[in-house]
Design a protein around this ligand. Structure first.
Ligand SMILES: O=P(O)(O)OC[C@H]1O[C@@H](O)[C@H](O)[C@@H](O)[C@@H]1O
Length: 251
């Protein structure tokens, strides 16, 4: 293993955004809860079964926006017509519900701003100083805006996010295609790239793509699940990989 805590043959690092680079996984989860609970209350009445953290981890986290709607609704025996991305927020379609959730996400971001995990930023700087290439690989169509708000765009040689995936017709996580595209953009075979992910769907993508090393980032006490979904190593802060101190307040 190198000083970066990676196998010697690794040439590139592929980082998820929400929950790995930025402290936005909780913001997504809260916006999803608000949107889904409104839908369920309308469908089932006041004694509806609310959307939970476990639902988020299992059905929504890491997946493209519309896939999250479809996967969660299917878990509750519900469905909506697909509609189109132009449907107004709140329309009774998959895209309408997805757009409503995005409105709620953006309201929260505008109200509270976005913050980075300092341990991750320092780790990416160390990786780049060691001559490895870096990419951000996110399902989020808001990825670029979040990176800009953090002033962190310069830390990545490539970006495969929700916008790029739609342009290129790539299926999102848990399929490996977005990570594979990022490795290709960096000119590195998957077996020589490391994946950094906090979402179970992202772990599945790392395993399916046969990447050289998969680091699970445990922000929510899910270490066992991350290992079960294919992590080679689980850390609570990327600083652990270099033996550095953990971020104060980082879990
Ligand atoms: O709605 P966005 O910003 O395009 O993000 C899509 C998904 O991006 C993932 O990174 C998040 O884990 C999900 O919660 C989110 O739904």
């Amino acid at each position: 293993m190198t000083d970066l805590g990676l196998p010697e043959n690794i040439l590139a690092c592929l980082f998820d955004l929400d929950g790995v680079v930025s402290r936005t996984a909780e913001v997504h989860a809260a916006a999803w809860k608000q949107a889904f609970d409104a839908f369920l209350r309308e469908r089932d009445g006041a004694d509806f079964r609310p959307f939970t953290e476990a639902d988020y981890a299992e059905y929504v986290d890491g997946r493209p926006r519309a896939d999250g709607v479809r996967t969660f609704l299917a878990s509750r025996g519900a469905g909506l017509p697909p509609g189109t991305p132009d449907d107004p927020p709140g329309a009774a379609t998959v895209h309408g519900l997805a757009r409503r959730k995005n409105e709620l996400f953006l309201e929260r971001i505008r109200g509270g701003g976005v913050e980075a995990y300092e341990g991750t930023l320092r780790y990416i700087e160390a990786v780049r100083a060691a001559g490895l290439r870096t990419a951000v690989v996110s399902a989020s169509a808001n990825c670029r805006d979040v990176l800009r708000a953090l002033g962190a765009e310069h830390l990545f040689d490539a970006r495969v996010d929700g916008v790029v995936a739609a342009e290129r017709g790539l299926p999102g996580k848990p399929h490996p295609d977005t990570f594979l595209a990022a490795a290709r953009d960096l000119g590195v075979p998957p077996g020589r790239a490391a994946v950094f992910e906090d979402a179970l769907a992202g772990m599945d993508a790392g395993r399916a793509g046969r990447f050289g090393y998969v680091v699970g980032v445990d922000r929510a006490g899910r270490s066992d699940a991350l290992y079960a979904h294919g992590a080679d190593r689980v850390v609570t802060d990327l600083a652990e990989l270099t033996g550095g101190p953990r971020e104060p307040g980082g879990r």
